[in-house]
Design a protein. Structure first.
Length: 130
């Protein structure tokens, strides 16, 4: 039963992260934004924070490094969202070759976190216990 509860929390956490990722894109486009986008962003952020706190407390059935490792992915994609929604829009980099070096660097960071994030977090966790 603990796995089901933890899995449901993880699913809700990812859905909230998705909302926080998508809504700023819609807000920055501005040409068809309805009045519910800003409250939806606030609701997504609130849900994300509350569920994250619950996941940190209920890490019993999962590996203790899993939640921080997934949090690292969320932070990477949110940084990309800010760059794309705010900076690229302000500099008018969409659909140009000017943003190619940024996307290459972004995917290198994602691959680095995918491969090296877990071992780094495990070493860090073991060092904190000693």
């Amino acid at each position: 039963m603990a796995w089901i509860k933890w899995g449901a929390l993880l699913l809700v956490w990812h859905v909230a992260a998705f909302v926080v990722f998508v809504v700023p894109h819609e807000i920055m486009r501005g040409d068809h934004v309805d009045g519910f986008m800003r409250p939806l962003l606030l609701l997504g952020l609130t849900a994300y924070w509350i569920v994250y706190r619950q996941l940190v407390r209920a890490t019993g059935p999962a590996h203790p490094v899993l939640v921080p490792w997934l949090l690292g992915f969320h932070m990477l994609f949110w940084a990309e969202m800010i760059m794309e929604a705010v900076v690229f829009t302000a500099l008018d980099f969409h659909n140009t070759e000017a943003n190619d070096p940024y996307f290459i660097a972004f995917w290198v960071l994602v691959a680095t976190w995918l491969i090296g994030g877990w071992p780094w977090l495990r070493r860090r966790q073991k060092g904190a216990r000693d």
